[in-house]
Design a protein around this ligand. Structure first.
Ligand SMILES: Nc1ncnc2c1ncn2[C@@H]1O[C@H](COP(=O)(O)OP(=O)(O)OP(=O)(O)O)[C@@H](O)[C@H]1O
Length: 301
């Protein structure tokens, strides 16, 4: 099965600044991918490379089995919603849809109209007068009506209030399901990622620090609580990602363990959630500078 996104030693430099360094990714088809990381981690850079808006400085990237923006047929397979969901302020909602129909051979007029009705947008409304939430919904409608195989969103809901964000993510998931498409979604909102994504990529300091199916990542990590001296005796193969309260009697560690930790040890083992997992890897990235830790692919080897 052709990966949705495949990167091999992918790098992007702006002058001397490395926005992405040696990124290896192999994302299977059909996933909703959450791309998370701190400001300046390289998320937008990766998404722009995936859309073919910019070219790599080193390495390779393939999207749906081809070089990004390889030609009109490939462009039609990818729908992109940029960070600030740009619209033409003087054009109406209906004008945007007419333009979408002119520019996209596979345009699904019925889908666009169905979605407009569903979100209650007046086709005569000037796009410049839409609220942030309505603009995001219009951008999603245009991207979905292309009937792409992959939808790419760069922080689509960042400026929306919680209710609008919730509605936007619901509509995003409806579109993904209706189209049978994959989606990549960059976000700082970990609860949003937890709600809709089944694949996770953690970027920090221009490098991939973790990537894999959410269910596998959660199954291969645990929270371990115990005395610090006991944690030091964790079995071989258990990798401490972060340790909190390192001097106390009750330290907590997020641990990657390829096998279940032995029962009856001096520590307590509990499940981790996605937010805790991401924060653990970001904490470790922060402490180790730009040194990457093994990706999920390595973790599963
Ligand atoms: N066109 C550009 N010219 C120079 N430097 C750039 C350019 N675009 C991005 N960068 C730099 O590359 C790094 C990665 O930026 P990028 O926008 O990809 O990060 P991000 O993870 O999307 O951040 P944020 O969460 O703040 O949107 C940053 O240090 C940024 O300043």
């Amino acid at each position: 099965m052709t990966p949705v996104l495949e990167a091999v030693r992918l790098g992007k430099r702006y002058g001397r600044h490395h926005a992405l360094t040696d990124c290896d990714l192999n994302v299977p088809p059909g996933r909703v991918i959450g791309l998370v990381g701190p400001n300046g981690a390289g998320k937008s850079t990766l998404l722009q490379l995936a859309c073919g808006l910019i070219a790599p400085s080193s390495g390779t990237i393939r999207v749906l089995g081809a070089t990004p923006a390889a030609g009109p047929a490939h462009l039609a397979k990818v729908g992109f919603v940029a960070q600030d969901t740009p619209v033409y302020a003087e054009l109406s909602v209906a004008d945007h849809l007419r333009m979408g129909a002119r520019l996209n051979p596979g345009w699904d007029r019925a889908l666009a109209q169905r979605r407009l009705a569903r979100i209650g947008l007046d086709p005569r409304q000037k796009a410049g007068r839409l609220s942030g939430g309505q603009r995001a919904q219009l951008a999603l409608t245009i991207a979905a009506a292309k009937r792409p195989e992959l939808l790419i969103f760069d922080e689509p809901a960042a400026a929306l209030d919680p209710l609008a964000r919730h509605a936007f993510l619901d509509h995003l998931m409806e579109s993904v399901t209706e189209l049978g498409a994959a989606a990549i979604l960059s976000s700082h909102a970990l609860p949003d990622v937890e709600r809709v994504c089944d694949y996770l990529i953690v970027l920090a300091g221009s490098r991939v620090h973790l990537a894999g199916d959410v269910s596998q990542l959660l199954a291969s990590h645990v929270r371990v609580t115990g005395r610090r001296s006991d944690l030091a005796a964790l079995p071989a193969g258990a990798d401490v990602i972060t340790l909190t309260d390192p001097s106390g009697l009750k330290s907590t560690a997020v641990v990657r363990a390829d096998r279940a930790l032995p029962a009856g040890g001096p520590w307590t083992v509990t499940d981790v959630g996605l937010e805790e997992l991401v924060l653990a890897y970001l904490g470790r990235a922060d402490q180790t500078g730009t040194q990457p830790v093994p990706t999920a692919a390595e973790a599963h080897r």
